[in-house]
Design a binder for this molecule. Structure first.
Ligand SMILES: [Zn+2]
Length: 150
């Protein structure tokens, strides 16, 4: 069963389009002072500039927090419950939410992650984060469960 795929608007849609075009996770960056920011905003909170670009980032980060869903309002995700949603802190600084294929019991605060994007439509990317390979226990197969939207 497929998951619901939203259609973002305005500057958030620009962010999705940047990630789709680059086939990488991109983050908004102030042209004036270089500060990374997410979610996308019109003005820089540091220097108030309205000039910004979307630039690819390393995709490296760590688990800042996570929530475990035991039920989902979206029938497309229900078959995968319980599943975790991660709050990721990128090495560049910004924080963002990400889906994960990692079972909730194997997630640890501070765990190193590799973040990737997957285009679910021409207007929407889903952000995924799973343990970085050097941090991955040998017994774990994070992609064995498949993607919940399949
Ligand atoms: Zn700035």
């Amino acid at each position: 069963m497929r998951t619901y795929v939203p259609t973002p608007e305005w500057i958030v849609l620009d962010w999705h389009h940047a990630c789709i075009a680059a086939e990488l996770l991109c983050i908004q960056r102030c042209t004036g002072c270089g500060r990374w920011r997410h979610p996308p905003r019109r003005f820089c909170p540091a220097c108030q500039s309205d000039q910004a670009t979307f630039e690819p980032v390393t995709g490296s980060g760590s688990v800042l927090s996570f929530a475990v869903s035991h039920r989902s309002l979206d029938p497309g995700w229900q078959a995968h419950a319980p599943y975790a949603t991660l709050l990721v802190e990128l090495d560049e600084g910004p924080r963002l939410l990400a889906a994960t294929t990692t079972p909730p019991g194997e997630i640890r605060i501070g765990q190193r992650l590799a973040v990737r994007t997957e285009a679910l439509s021409e207007n929407f990317v889903l952000v995924w984060a799973d343990p970085a390979s050097h941090d991955e226990p040998t017994s774990m197969a994070p992609r064995a469960r498949g993607n919940p939207h399949d």
